[in-house]
Design a protein around this ligand. Structure first.
Ligand code: DGL
Length: 269
């Protein structure tokens, strides 16, 4: 039974293409795993939507992944993690991991007792989910947060290193940097692609925390603990989108540096 479970895929979902940064980290950490990724491209963005809407979408996707026989669900989207993780955990029969708690643990380790800054979508920041996870982790330092809504369109436009992006990053980060954070949590799927710009603005003393990497190592440890890590063979990948695949495939090529073919699934399914 244990080995059979190991053969089952890991389900990963996001509001769209951004979760591919988490997908990439999962793939690096677990090259033998089968991964099923769903990008909810028909309903993106989640960052400006209500908790009720994001929870409904997330549950539909979680159930879809469960029907595909996944052994674990990874919520790659920070907004879905912030707004819908408890509902997903209650509704699904497989373990669910979000990106917030792993990032908070990594930030705590990097910052020790120092302050930490977090940036994300409007929904993520307004939810206070990072602050709650920070307190739950018993962290002593202060946490400051800011929503950075212009980053997602800038990343999707390919302006990763553009002077406009640098100016926007300065405007967003300067108020946070006054708290002298030791670490900056990149609390949105798209932000790892802005690392060079964010590092330049934040300065050398601020450690950037990529939630994808932190989540991938936690998921790997959880699967190993359950005895369901896939031991042999090459991992496979299946991509699903909820709208025409064209834009996803174009952006996926940029995000992953390779072609990604996606199948369309419609919700409610
Ligand atoms: N994936 C979202 C997140 O990480 C960003 C894009 C959106 O707003 O849907 O919060």
């Amino acid at each position: 039974m244990k080995d059979l479970c190991g053969e089952r895929p890991i389900g990963v979902f996001d509001s769209g293409v951004g979760g591919l940064t988490v997908f990439r980290a999962l793939r690096r950490a677990m090259p033998r795993e089968h991964l099923v990724y769903l990008g909810d491209t028909a309903r993106v963005p989640y960052g400006t939507k209500s908790k009720e809407a994001v929870t409904r979408y997330s549950l539909e996707i979680g159930r879809f992944l469960e029907r595909r026989g996944v052994k674990h669900v990874v919520v790659a989207c920070n907004t879905a993690t912030a707004l819908a993780l408890p509902a997903l955990k209650r509704a699904l029969n497989v373990p669910v991991t979000g990106v917030i708690q792993p990032a908070v643990h990594a930030a705590r380790a990097a910052a020790r007792s120092g302050a930490v800054a977090v940036i994300g979508t409007e929904g993520t920041v307004a939810s206070g989910a990072y602050q709650k996870a920070w307190r739950r982790a018993g962290a002593k330092g202060r946490m400051v947060a800011a929503a950075c809504p212009l980053f997602v369109p800038l990343v999707e436009a390919g302006w990763w290193d553009h002077k406009v992006t640098k100016a926007v990053a300065k405007a967003y980060l300067e108020p946070l940097l006054r708290a002298k954070p030791a670490a900056l949590i990149l609390g949105c799927t798209h932000y790892p692609l802005l690392k060079p710009v964010l590092a330049a603005v934040a300065g050398r003393r601020v450690v950037l925390i990529d939630s994808g990497t932190a989540t991938a190592s936690q998921v790997r440890a959880l699967l190993a603990g359950r005895g369901v890590l896939r031991r042999g063979g090459k991992g496979s990948t299946e991509f699903f989108v909820t709208d025409g695949p064209g834009r996803f495939e174009l952006l996926a090529k940029r995000f992953l540096g390779r072609a990604a073919k996606a199948k369309v699934v419609r919700f409610p399914g």
